[in-house]
Design a protein. Structure first.
Length: 54
């Protein structure tokens, strides 16, 4: 798949959602937290407060 097509698919995906799960791996086991996000091109901005865009 060429880069332009891949970038278009990525932007379509982040535009169609506003929630994701951030996860870390720790010695005690994984920790996952749902968070809201919005995007500016390929930069994701995360928020834990509903309807907050700063």
């Amino acid at each position: 798949m060429d880069r332009l097509h891949l970038e278009e698919r990525i932007l379509n995906l982040v535009s169609s959602q506003n929630m994701c799960v951030l996860a870390t791996a720790r010695p005690e086991g994984p920790l996952a937290t749902p968070v809201r996000y919005f995007h500016l091109d390929f930069a994701l901005m995360f928020s834990t407060l509903p309807h907050r865009r700063r």
